[in-house]
Write a protein that binds this ligand. Sequence first.
Ligand code: ADP
Ligand code: MG
Ligand code: MG
Length: 908
Amino acid sequence: MTKVKRVYSFGNKQAEGKADMKSLLGGKGANLAEMNLIGVPVPPGFTITTEVCAEYNKLGKKKVIELLKDEVKQAMKNVESIMGYKFGDQDNPLLVSVRSGARASMPGMMDTVLNLGLNDDAVKGIASKTNNKRFAWDSYRRFVQMYGDVVLGMKPASKEDVDPFEEIIENVKSSKGVENDTDLTTEDLKVLVLRFKKAVKDVTGKDFPADPWEQLWGSICAVFDSWMNERAIVYRQLNQIPEEWGTAVNVQAMVFGNMGDSSGTGVAFTRDAATGENLFNGEYLINAQGEDVVAGIRTPQQITKEGSLRWAKLAGIDEDERITIYPSLEETMPKIYKELNEIQKKLESHYKDMQDLEFTIQEDKLWLLQTRNGKRTAASMVKIAMDLLREGAIDEKTAILRLEANKLDELLHPVFDQEAISEANVLAKGLPASPGAATGEIVFFADEAETWKAQGKEVLLVRIETSPEDLAGMNAANGILTARGGMTSHAAVVARGMGKCCISGAGSINIDYKKRQLLIDGKIFKEGEWLSINGSTGEVYEGKIKTIDPELSGDFGEIMKLAFKYRKMGIRTNADTPQDAWVARTFGAQGIGLCRTEHMFFEEDRIIVMREMILAENEAGRRKALEKLLPMQRSDFEGIFEAMEGLPVTIRLLDPPLHEFVPHDQENQKVMADDMGVSVEVIKKKVEDLSEFNPMLGHRGCRLGITYPEITEMQARAIIEAALNLKAKGIKTIPEIMVPLIGTVQEFKMQEEIIRLTAEKVFKEKGDTIEYLVGTMIEIPRAAITADEVAERAEFFSFGTNDLTQMTFGYSRDDAGKFLPVYIEKGILKNDPFQILDQTGVGQLIEIGVKKGRSVRKNLKIGICGEHGGEPSSVEFCHRTGMDYVSCSPFRVPIARLAAAQAAIKEM
Ligand code: ADP
Ligand code: MG
Ligand code: MG
């Protein structure tokens, strides 16, 4: 048996891992290794693999520690020899950090423990070695706090509770009359450590562990445990990260940003994560450690002078104040800045993508602690990909593959109406953390944001700052506004990742959670009142402001052109109105893949006639009503054909069960009774007759046209007449008539005959002809399985994957909300199959359908028109099965086009 390697070391420009080992070492571990290999200064350490996480979940703590022990000891020796310190030593102690790191970066998901290895003896050793007592005790109190929160589980579960350690700090600070942590003296810090340890004892009933090895194993296990904590699970669900990936654990020698004024810590981006501008930027704090910069405790300073000037302007800070209180790193530590700037260039050109860096300066020496491809907004994603392409760093295919198709959605979202905004009242200004426009009712707590949203409200989450617990609520909100925190605060980073509009650090907003209100500019706003925010400018407005659709040009247009060049499938749209058809066309739709005719019947004047038809006594009555509907349908089709001039338009015949159209209330039944000259009882009886036990499996789809052929006749006539009318005006149309919900070829045949006979009639009447196709939806499993029979007659197939999913799983789409979330939570299903095509099950039916269909009709035109047609992974599947096109809602056309291009490139 070959021995499994569970621990990978790095340090001193050597590493056992490298960048492409992300699945084994996690993103952080793989990149720490890679940075070593390319000569970037990184503190030495080692990575415990993601495979161990799976072992941990299976075997438990004890067994896994046993499995790891020797390798970890060995790796620790390597770190000790590089650093010249010893883990667990009293005089010369090596301190380490324990950090999580999954394959895909999960910001803030996993908790890091810093300064591990300290105890009452080691703190003295560090103090005398560094000749810096304050630093030693500051590190110690941080360690006890982090270990208490993360490993011993003392972090409060509820949002309204205060962290017990923060509470102690606040008490000490206020009794000393100081404001900043940095103002606390060594003696104060000693008091903190004592009180922290007492709090630990009080809560856990045990002494704070003094043995560094016990501390280490405790932290390693806590990282593995955190993979299964609630916020990690929520993040994985939102981002479709499989549970079995697991997290790696990184143990790394500490470097200290809290050793005084020649030390500090910061984060940086090689380009602007919000706009994509090619400008190195970031934030730092002097004499700080770890998360201080992102936690919003102190106001962070900018790294570059240019960034600092821009920031000051936005924040309304004059040059005197800026240069004395908030100078840039470029100004305070020019040498370090120069080195950092070289490193950021090196990293970006090495990874050929925008990097998000974490660094620490320990007594004038720079260390890199992390690099990863930076999260970014959609606008930034598009600009950076196109810029890198133009700079020659990447080629066209790489540029396309770099883009996250779903993210384009953000660019298609609304911005504020210019006119409305010019009259709006600006209440406050914060940092433009994530662009876009959002308006909603103020809500202060993330879980309430979720509930309100579920009640159909539009909400704006307003918080002092956000934390990973708020994730689901942030996702539910239209936008996020925080009073504290910089451009790299939790709120800002997460919002950009989600593509949510966000303003952070709007300092003039005073939030009172208890009173559930906020004070801006002397005005009180209560929970439930409307605010609007502009994440591109940082402006907060009073009230609800009108939003409009964005313009698509520039780099977006370039990307779409490239995507068009590489994609093989056509992209059509699902559109029922000329308006939708126009929108889709401007987004590049190459036709309509699904035009549902029933929506046309719901408008005011029509619904009455429609009801007359349904409620009619007999065929004669139905025909009378259909005659009235005919001109309405015809003009609808003319509008749509005209909008789609020269492009194919697939029109589906009437599909839903008829009871959906009839009135169920007394008042409207009376209207119909009067209209039709019968008693209300007659109407009532007829409505009752129409009700079904399983309407979705009932009298609908082609079953309507088979029982009432006159409906099919009318619709076919409306389509053909509309096409001929346009032809007479010189407008080219390509009608494709689609029969819904067939399970047998006989059903199709019957409908097809009616359609063709009607068309012949119309041709004769008009003395002109046009070409048209008659095809069918494949949405019943039987139709997919017998696709060879169906294709003998049908000229095209369109997979109706909503119904096909419903019928393959046997899940009622309208009732699945009750159990699907549980299925996903319990891991029975990975995703909602109504959103992401189930390639294994439903996908097989599609493959069978395509194969059998083409076996009898080689050039059978095949597409998809379910919701899945706009979902990137499903689009890729459609490409692989050889479909000719996908069809999706207008706003998803660009997404589908990009996904189709990516699918084609991946196959090359
Ligand atoms: P996250 O995954 O949330 O980004 P990290 O593991 O990167 O968490 O750690 C959080 C913070 O702690 C970072 O700012 C990082 O710079 C800092 N940190 C981690 N390890 C060390 C170390 N060995 N020395 C100094 N700072 C560290
Ligand atoms: Mg980090
Ligand atoms: Mg259907």
